[in-house]
Design a protein around this ligand. Structure first.
Ligand code: FES
Length: 488
């Protein structure tokens, strides 16, 4: 059939070989008239479709993407479409944060005998895309750079943690260190206003352990490399980790995914009173040749750099995640010192996400074009992520399969950041290490925050809270409570 309204748009359709492809064939054999905008790609099952296929199509010139598989309960591989349904629904709700209209993407189910239904699906989807018109192109978008206002009202009093029972913790670690290969914590870095990870193997090492608002790194980042399932059995160690509440969630998530064994890890915990956003502190300090001293009080610190004092109140300079933190003390730790403060109120929308929420689709599209153009593809975000556990085989670099190229353009950079975010869907605990590690300060945490929000709404799930729970994209329900079939 005739092209709708005399012009043809580009629609990519991924069809499951066993049902929908047969349905399209049935419609063809029956000579049912259909729009000609569709370019069909046959896949073995809807479960085979990586969400990247959809984004690639949409950013490479497609005006719409349609996915169709077997009806629920009819999948040739029994559950491929159930897994796909969860993944595709998350994707559909995620696209708007990138500035892509979610009506340009749809998924549905058509069986091999439903030639008539296929005709109706394809006609109504094509009609919808024609109403929307050609998709915006990255090349045409004007880059937009905006910064979020980071300060929020905290859910509990923030402080500098100087009254935390650090000596008790040190005594406990010393009593256990002979049974552990290493204990990970923090020590002073190149000056008193920065810390670096500390790997304690002796009692003298334990004396270097520090606690306070400069302990920004998530020590869970090192855990998988030491005791993960990819480590040869004879090299697996028994380790200890000193954790803040947010760090402990990364470890709980690793236990959930069976990446590590609880027998190989001991968690030590102190109540966290918040950590500094070091990017903002460094920006405020400006250029300096040396930090002379750091003085603490309950509300913040005074950093003297090159003889000039700078005051930083923790309530003004905390990391975005600290304002919304409702778990300052790790709940599943083996040795806990101190008590958790009372949490008052409910978390508000994180600042980066609130900024994007206030934008139009066009503005978001331009925003990510501007921000991703600055990405160096240094992979610091990936390397700092405690749950990016396949770094050695990362599809961002692999040539087999060759998902994304090393070409230096915004599109490839968006693909990388998008893959990184989607691989964390239902797993990310919002520790913020990706954004903190980014040397150019791209607010990539917003992508994870949006995924966490979607996962919470769809599956009523929060990652890293229960070591016995199954992450929602690793399971399915035959009848999904919050995913409704959209009719085409
Ligand atoms: Fe058709 Fe799985 S075989 S959706």
């Amino acid at each position: 059939m005739p092209v709708l309204e005399g012009k043809e748009l580009r629609i990519v359709a991924f069809l499951c070989n066993w049902c929908s492809y047969g349905g399209a064939d049935t419609a063809g054999v029956a000579r049912a008239t259909q729009p000609t905008d569709l370019r069909i790609i046959r896949v073995p099952c809807s479960g085979r479709i990586d969400p990247l296929f959809v984004l690639r199509a949409l950013l490479n010139g497609a005006d719409g993407v349609l996915i169709s598989g077997c009806h629920p309960n009819d999948c040739h591989y029994s559950a491929g479409n159930f897994y796909a349904r969860r993944r595709l629904e998350v994707l559909k709700q995620f696209l708007p944060i990138l500035g892509i209209d979610d009506r340009r993407f749809e998924y549905t189910w058509v069986s091999a005998s439903e030639g008539q239904r296929w005709q109706q699906v394809v006609t109504s989807f094509t009609q919808r895309i024609h109403e929307l018109g050609p998709a915006p192109r990255l090349e045409d978008a004007e880059p937009l750079l905006e910064m979020a206002d980071m300060a929020l009202k905290p859910l509990r009093p923030l402080g500098t943690g100087q009254k935390a029972p650090l000596d008790e913790l040190k005594a406990c670690i010393k009593s256990k260190i002979k049974d552990l290969d290493v204990v990970i914590g923090w020590q002073q870095g190149y000056d008193a206003a920065h810390t670096v990870p500390l790997f304690m193997r002796t009692e003298e090492d334990v004396d270097r352990l520090v606690w306070g608002p400069f302990n920004v790194n998530n020590p869970a980042t090192y855990v998988n490399e030491m005791i993960g399932k990819a480590v040869p059995l004879d090299k697996v160690k028994k380790i200890g980790v000193v954790v803040k509440g947010c760090d402990s969630r990364s470890i709980v998530e690793m236990l959930q995914e069976k990446l590590i064994d609880k027998d190989n890890i001991v968690l030590f915990a102190l109540p966290c009173e918040g950590t500094f956003d070091m990017a903002r502190i460094d920006r405020e300090l400006g250029r300096y040749s040396q930090i002379d001293k750091v003085e603490y009080d309950e509300a913040g610190v005074t950093i003297t750099a090159d003889g000039k004092p700078h005051r930083f109140c923790i309530t003004d300079y905390a990391q975005g995640k600290c304002y919304n933190c409702s778990m300052p003390l790790a709940k599943d730790a083996d040795d806990i010192f101190g008590t958790a403060p009372e949490i008052k109120g409910t978390p508000s929308t994180p600042p980066e996400l609130a900024m994007l929420d206030a934008m139009t689709l066009e503005q978001r599209f331009s925003f990510w074009k501007g921000e991703m153009d600055r990405c160096l593809r240094c992979y610091a975000c990936r390397n700092a992520c405690p749950l990016c556990v396949c770094k050695d085989y990362c599809i961002a670099e692999t040539r087999e399969p060759h998902f994304i190229s090393q070409e230096w353009n915004v599109r490839e950079k968006i693909y990388f950041q998008y893959i990184h975010a989607m691989h964390l869907a239902g797993r990310c605990t919002l520790c913020g290490e990706c954004q903190r590690a980014c040397p150019v300060g791209i607010p990539i945490l917003a992508l994870r925050q949006q995924l966490v929000r979607i996962i919470g709404q769809l599956f009523n799930y929060k990652s890293g809270m229960d070591s016995t729970a199954t992450p929602p994209l690793l399971c399915y329900k035959v009848e999904e409570t919050n995913i409704k079939q959209r009719e085409l």
